[in-house]
Design a protein around this ligand. Structure first.
Ligand SMILES: N[C@@H](CCC(=O)N[C@@H](CS)C(=O)NCC(=O)O)C(=O)O
Length: 235
């Protein structure tokens, strides 16, 4: 009597299938070689670093010492960092870099509209951070002036309006857009986690954002990355 044909249920799980393993090995071999070039600080490169940490994306994390920058600047596209080298080609602009890596890390939603909502949030957060840096650097040196600017301008006009919208949204859902983490969620954790280190009270009154930031910071690969980081160079 001939043996009954193997049913689909008897096949090994997909990820254990020999052809799937071969596919996984080939896709690692065909992955571009990445080098992220920035200064020795979190700044505009950190979202890309978090995405690589989360997605296990191998890359060289080149940090140019401040003293070497004048001699390196002419060789950098647009003369600004970060730049991502992809098989020797330069990709400038921090958000284009982060979005590109987020696609590799499967941190961009499949649906185009959902993906665009993620872009919109990251743009909003990035614009907010530009204003924060501009205002704080404009008031640099004078600590009293900085405190006044933060309290009277930055917090009420720039930061709080973003927090109000985000808190409303996050109080109704587990993740920012779909039913799993995206690069927009990582951006929330990174930007507000960073601001909270400087202004510990910043998330007071926004419990859903605070819980979200804590959740992102506790993602094992993100926590492991943050714990592994040494001191930054100050500018
Ligand atoms: N829009 C660009 C801005 C890049 C930028 O301003 N980079 C700064 C560091 S955060 C820089 O390279 N400064 C050095 C210089 O301009 O010489 C991006 O988001 O990547």
């Amino acid at each position: 009597m001939s043996a009954a044909p193997a049913s689909l249920c008897q096949l090994p799980p997909y990820h254990q299938h020999p052809r799937c393993c071969l596919f996984t090995k080939l896709s690692v071999l065909t992955m571009p070689e990445y080098k992220l070039i920035y200064f020795n600080s979190r700044g505009r490169a950190e979202l890309a670093r978090w995405i690589c940490a989360y997605g296990n994306i191998p890359y060289t994390d080149e940090r140019i010492p401040k003293a070497d920058w004048p001699s390196r600047k002419p060789g950098i596209s647009g003369g600004k960092l970060p730049v991502l080298m992809v098989d020797g080609k330069q990709l400038p602009e921090s958000l284009a870099i982060a979005r590109y890596l987020a696609k590799q890390a499967k941190l961009v939603p499949d649906d185009d509209f959902d993906a665009a909502v993620c872009d919109a949030l990251v743009d909003t957060l990035s614009e907010m951070m530009v204003q924060v840096y501009k205002t704080m650097f404009a008031a640099a040196g004078d600590e009293e002036e900085k405190k006044k600017t933060y309290k009277e301008e930055l917090y009420p006009n720039v930061i709080a309006p973003v927090l109000v919208r985000l808190n409303e949204r996050l109080s109704k859902r587990e993740w920012f857009i779909v039913d799993k983490v995206t690069w927009a969620d990582l951006a929330i954790g990174l930007m507000f986690g960073g601001l909270k280190m400087k202004q510990p009270e910043i998330l007071k009154g926004f419990p859903a954002v605070e819980a979200h930031v804590n959740k992102i910071l506790q993602i094992p690969k993100i926590k492991q990355w943050n714990d592994s980081q040494g001191p930054e160079e100050t500018f």
